[in-house]
Design a protein around this ligand. Structure first.
Ligand code: ADP
Length: 151
């Protein structure tokens, strides 16, 4: 069984993340969306909300599981039996950042990182811009799945 971990903050999930997951489904038997817990980060949405938004948008997709995790991503991959890490690439900045992480993860384990180039229609979307639109009461709904609702 080919299982890929798709790790991230998902604060909140965007149409860009959704696109990567939907395309990942065609490559892997199971995608484990792993929502990170990082004590240093200040999130807009609680862990429960971030998980719920993702679960709701993939409730009809049995190949997608949603869990939370902390610690090293490669350790968590071993724990859940994922042989691959799935990541999306939007631009050269993403590439440089992801390259260092993927090399490090490869040094620490056998786990391969698989990159998907973002679709052109969602490549400009980031959770941080979505948060900014939300804070300023803009129409964030065109950037996120329907499951992302304000409290
Ligand atoms: P992190 O804090 O780990 O960067 P994110 O939730 O921001 O977590 O992103 C998780 C993954 O989703 C990363 O691989 C990131 O490159 C990818 N991603 C983020 N936004 C998009 C987008 N618009 N299109 C495709 N992939 C994206």
């Amino acid at each position: 069984m080919k299982r890929a971990l798709f790790p991230g903050s998902f604060d909140p999930i965007t149409l860009g993340h959704q696109d990567i997951i939907l395309r990942g489904i065609k490559l892997f038997d199971e995608i484990v969306v792993a929502v990170g817990i990082n004590a240093e980060k200040k999130y807009m949405f609680s862990l429960e909300e971030r998980i719920e938004f993702i679960k709701k948008s993939f409730e009809d997709e049995p190949k997608v599981k949603v869990v939370s995790y902390e610690g090293l991503t490669v350790d968590f991959c071993k724990k859940v039996g994922a042989q691959f890490i799935l990541r999306g690439l939007r631009n050269p900045a993403d590439f440089e950042f992801e390259k260092a992480i993927a090399h490090t993860n490869r040094k620490l384990s056998e786990i391969e990182t698989v990159f998907l180039l973002t679709s052109s229609r969602t490549s400009y979307i980031s959770s941080s811009i979505v948060r900014d639109v939300i804070r300023n009461k803009g129409n964030y709904s065109v950037l996120v799945p329907d499951s992302v609702k304000m409290h």
